[in-house]
Ligand binder design. Sequence first.
Ligand code: FES
Length: 63
Amino acid sequence: MDNWCPHRRGPLGQGWLEGKAVVCPWHSWAFDTTTGEAVPPDRGKVDIYGIKIEGEDVLVNLS
Ligand code: FES
């Protein structure tokens, strides 16, 4: 998932998980980690990326 919140570019990587949603630490907008869509009533979408785990490595598909 992209790090930047579409609301005011808060750092989603410093947020927390609530179920399958990540919550932005600045104003608490939430985004589904499987689709990138905002959890209503919030709005917007975050880019998401596929991952694959190989041993101790996490591979991120950026294409
Ligand atoms: S910057 Fe993320 S909720 Fe406002």
